[in-house]
Design a binder for this molecule. Structure first.
Ligand code: FAD
Ligand code: EPU
Length: 316
């Protein structure tokens, strides 16, 4: 007798890799804000040595999982998750790099959750990143996407970025990168392991006020399982200053449209929400439908794992 009840899922226990990384087969749904995604081998890495070992085979990098639509079959590659020291932060100001109002912190790990970091910076009265309030990312994922809002973005507060690839470790500054709206210029699978933040001395009260101001823009966003906005706001000759993709999808009359258990949010049309039990295919079908019905070219903001063309809606 093993003691396992009939039909209970049998999961192999976590193993340690050669360099001590924890390796576990896990359903990826539990790491995503959409709550969708099948299994993969997850490598929890906390040192450069462990990361180098994880990169010996094809891999993907998982941050806070807040921009991902992962297939129900999972992915065949290793999935790297920063943990241990890569999920820690040192907010001591570096005297050698700080001058006057401009201050630079110690290293902040790429696996640090952004919301907690912002709360800590607010208490210290350190400003520059408060425009990113409400983004449920990890620091590495937020840097990789240059996540932001109209009140500010990650690149407002970066001094140095450490990037690891199978070829080695290097440190860059924002000036070295071709960054812009929702784009850091850092190639895919180049891992942001840690950053130094470039901040401005302010007061806890003033930082809190700016955070609350930026947060007001989230009032209309759904509080359900979602990966945030599906499409980037397009800039076209018709809309040279950009236009809300949400407004365009809304104007196409698509709010509340369902495929299976996924829905275009009735609150904000650029959010796809999981009503419970949605599949990746449901979400793909809605994305396809939006592309088809909105007559403006829009770049997908969600990332599909694995990468694929959007399937035609079958049940819309
Ligand atoms: P993931 O979703 O895990 O991954 C996204 C991409 O980043 C993948 O390519 C992944 O490989 C890569 N990546 C992750 N970690 C690293 C790393 N350490 N190094 C290199 N690459 C990495 N976004 C905005 O910009 N503005 C918003 O206002 C906003 N609001 C949101 C609100 C909600 C409720 C939700 C669910 C999402 C929202 N988003 C917003 C989207 C999302 O939070 C951002 O795209 C964020 O940058 C994703 O970061 P992540 O750590 O979750 O990355
Ligand atoms: N609007 C509609 N219908 C909708 C949604 C929006 O008419 O269904 C209108 C609003 O009434 C408003 C305008 O469109 O007049 C702009 O809407 P909103 O303020 O919600 O901003 P957005 O451009 O739709 C952007 C970001 C969000 C970010 C908010 C707040 C993109 C793709 N979206 O949304 O980022 O949180 O501003 O700053 O840039 C994300 O990237 O995942 C994300 C959530």
């Amino acid at each position: 007798m093993t003691g396992a009840s009939a039909g209970a899922p049998v999961r192999p226990p976590a193993a340690l890799s050669r360099t001590g990384a924890r390796v576990e087969r896990q359903p990826l749904a539990r790491f995503t804000t959409l709550g969708v995604g099948g299994e993969a081998e997850v490598w929890f890495v906390g040192t450069h040595e462990q990361l180098a070992e994880a990169m010996e085979q094809p891999y993907r990098v998982l941050g806070g999982g807040s921009n991902l639509v992962i297939a129900d079959e999972g992915v065949p590659e290793r999935v790297i998750r920063l943990s241990g020291p890569f999920a820690e932060r040192d907010l001591e100001l570096d005297p050698a790099l700080s001058a006057g109002d401009g201050v630079v912190t110690g290293w902040v790990g790429g696996g640090v959750p952004l919301p907690g970091l912002l709360r800590a910076l607010q208490k210290l009265g350190l400003s520059n990143l408060e425009g990113t309030v409400g983004i449920p990312a990890q620091v590495g994922g937020a840097v990789w996407m240059n996540a932001g809002t109209r009140y500010g973005e990650m690149f407002d507060g970066l001094h140095t970025i450490e990037i690891v690839t199978p070829a080695g470790v290097r440190q860059v500054t924002p000036d070295d990168l071709n960054w812009g709206y929702r784009n850091s210029g850092i190639p895919r699978n180049h891992v942001v392991t840690q950053v130094r933040l470039k901040l401005r001395r302010s007061t806890p009260e003033a930082v809190l006020e700016r955070m609350e101001h930026a947060d007001v823009a989230r009032k209309g966003q759904p509080k359900m399982k979602t990966p945030g906005c599906a499409f980037k706001n397009p800039r076209t000759p018709e809309f040279p200053d950009g236009v809300s993709a949400g407004r365009l999808i809304d104007q196409a009359g698509l709010k509340g449209t369902r495929v299976g258990n996924a829905m275009i949010s009735p609150d904000h049309a650029n959010f796809i929400v999981n009503l419970g039990g949605a599949t990746a295919a449901d979400v793909h079908a809605l994305l396809h439908l939006i592309r088809e019905r909105v007559g403006v070219a829009m770049e997908l903001e969600y990332e599909l794992w694995p990468e694929q063309a959007l399937s035609a809606p079958e049940r819309a």
